[in-house]
Ligand binder design. Structure first.
Ligand SMILES: [Zn+2]
Length: 150
């Protein structure tokens, strides 16, 4: 039995995106919502504001994002999220990333909110990484065992 520690998992993930497509087919939106632990009012607000694209293709990644809308006074008035359907760790991480952006925007609705892109990206990446680590601890080592058992 090979035990995969967190560092190994993070390195594998960094060097081989394909790994993220191969593992995590049991991750659900529920898992992500539980992990993020944002209030129910946020998820209720998002209803009807999320497009889930059924694609793993690289081309599609350019559409994924969290899009703010502003009224004529420059007040943040709404948001829209485009994410892939959750199929594996890779698509799950994009969801985690975008929901983090969406939550940050949600908390500034009704304000003249100027997004700090650098901070916002850093937070979203941190949240992704935290999800990866949690995943590595709970499921990732099981996956590596399966790969090396035959
Ligand atoms: Zn981002």
């Amino acid at each position: 039995m090979i035990f995969m520690d967190i560092d190994t998992f993070v390195k594998l993930r960094a060097f081989d995106d394909a790994i993220m497509d191969q593992i995590g087919d049991d991750i659900t939106l529920d898992d992500i919502q539980t992990f993020l632990s944002y209030d129910t009012s946020f998820w209720n607000y998002l209803k009807g504001k999320v497009s889930r694209v059924d694609s793993n293709q690289n081309d599609a990644k350019y559409f994924y994002g969290t899009y703010p809308s502003y009224d004529s006074n420059g007040v943040l008035s709404g948001l829209y999220v485009i994410v892939p359907i959750i199929k594996n760790l890779g698509t799950a991480l994009i969801n985690v990333h975008e929901y983090r952006h969406a939550y940050d925007l949600y908390n500034h609705l009704g304000q003249k909110y100027v997004i700090n892109q650098l901070d916002s990206e850093a937070l979203a990446k941190e949240t992704e990484e935290a999800f990866s680590l949690k995943y590595a601890l709970s499921k990732g080592s099981k996956w590596l065992d399966e790969q090396t058992s035959d």
